[in-house]
Design a protein around this ligand. Sequence first.
Ligand SMILES: Cc1cc2nc3c(=O)[nH]c(=O)nc-3n(C[C@H](O)[C@H](O)[C@H](O)COP(=O)(O)OP(=O)(O)OC[C@H]3O[C@@H](n4cnc5c(N)ncnc54)[C@H](O)[C@@H]3O)c2cc1C
Ligand code: FES
Length: 379
Amino acid sequence: MLQIFIPTLIFTAFIAVLTTILIFCYKLLSSQKKITITINSDKKIKTIADENLLSVIQQEDILLPSSCGGKGTCGLCQCQISPAPNALPTEKSFLQKKELNKGVRLACQQQPSNDIELTIPAYVLNAKKMSATISKVTSLSARIREFTIRLNDKTLNYQPGDYILIDIPKFQIGKFKNDEETNRAYSISSFPTEVINEIKLTVTFAASPDTNVLLDGIGTTWLFDQKEGSEIQISGPFGEFHLQDNDKEKCFIGGGAGIAPLRSQILHHFQQSQGSNKITFWYGARDAESLVYEEEFRKLEKRYDNFEYFASLSESNENRQDLTKSYIHTETEKYLQNHPAPEDVEYYLCGPAPMIDATTQMLINLGVDEESIYFDNFG
Ligand SMILES: Cc1cc2nc3c(=O)[nH]c(=O)nc-3n(C[C@H](O)[C@H](O)[C@H](O)COP(=O)(O)OP(=O)(O)OC[C@H]3O[C@@H](n4cnc5c(N)ncnc54)[C@H](O)[C@@H]3O)c2cc1C
Ligand code: FES
């Protein structure tokens, strides 16, 4: 018995050692494979195959936005890759078909193993880090605050629809402890000529769905603790969620904090142009209290014949029987079902992911081409 057992044991051990050596050699060889990443047909970076693309880009001091630490959950680290690698399910949830077809991917989800050409949006290369001061905090509702931010020494040349990143440091506020530096994206809700050398942000506090199990949001816990006069670090501007310059009817659809870039775009539009194209704004809030900037949009409606504002409340319309208790995409759908040509309208969507998904699906079902749908997904 022992005569069979010992040689078998030796043979198995030999095979195991050989396999380990082979795996080690393979990893060593592949980790030494060098590849070239060409950025915007100009800058060439030599790196090792299978490195995380976001880390490679960030080592070059390029401010490619990222606020989830590379987990694939913020959707901000977009860049165009050629040849286009297969898209992962995590990437598909943040990118439209037209973007996927162009080779747009999330850098944090990619580990190129061969030479690639990378196109990084110009706004990323132009973005700057800067210090700023919170000059005013206005409470718009129990959960929503407007922060006015004064830029200390630089100007921010942004377009309506752009966002900035706010650095969130390590902090302890009461029992809440944040051990990692991070950042969060916030859309600019003011329009460029509204306030000079200042920008406004409209931020909803990200309360925990169950405080027994989960903490409130990291970024908003810190931001809502800041006072007027607090100094903060920001970077930007970032974004491609911009108004198209044409005479098409424009339909803005927003939910919750998604009002921020839409406010900037709509007010900028009326401030700049005397165009007669129809503009409608469909805004979904949780309840009457969260219906921020309503007065401003009602005034705009009175002033301009080509502008209409509609609101609905998703949780309760107890204090506002004049408004429907429904999701905003349902209300927009009723309007579009009676519209002679929904496919000729341009759509600007902003809000939480479920609202963006439901609205996009509704528009596609009505025959609208994806090319006419622009959105910012707040995740
Ligand atoms: C381009 C862009 C622009 C944006 N603009 C705005 C804006 O103008 N205004 C605005 O208010 N927001 C905006 N956002 C969203 C914003 O960036 C933050 O995501 C938001 O403020 C929440 O951040 P937080 O750090 O407070 O919450 P996080 O710490 O990121 O947590 C988010 C929520 O998840 C809960 N949570 C934590 N862990 C778990 C878990 N394991 N399971 C389930 N839930 C969990 C938390 O309690 C919290 O409610 C924007 C986002 C993007 C991408
Ligand atoms: S860094 Fe957040 S998705 Fe890539």
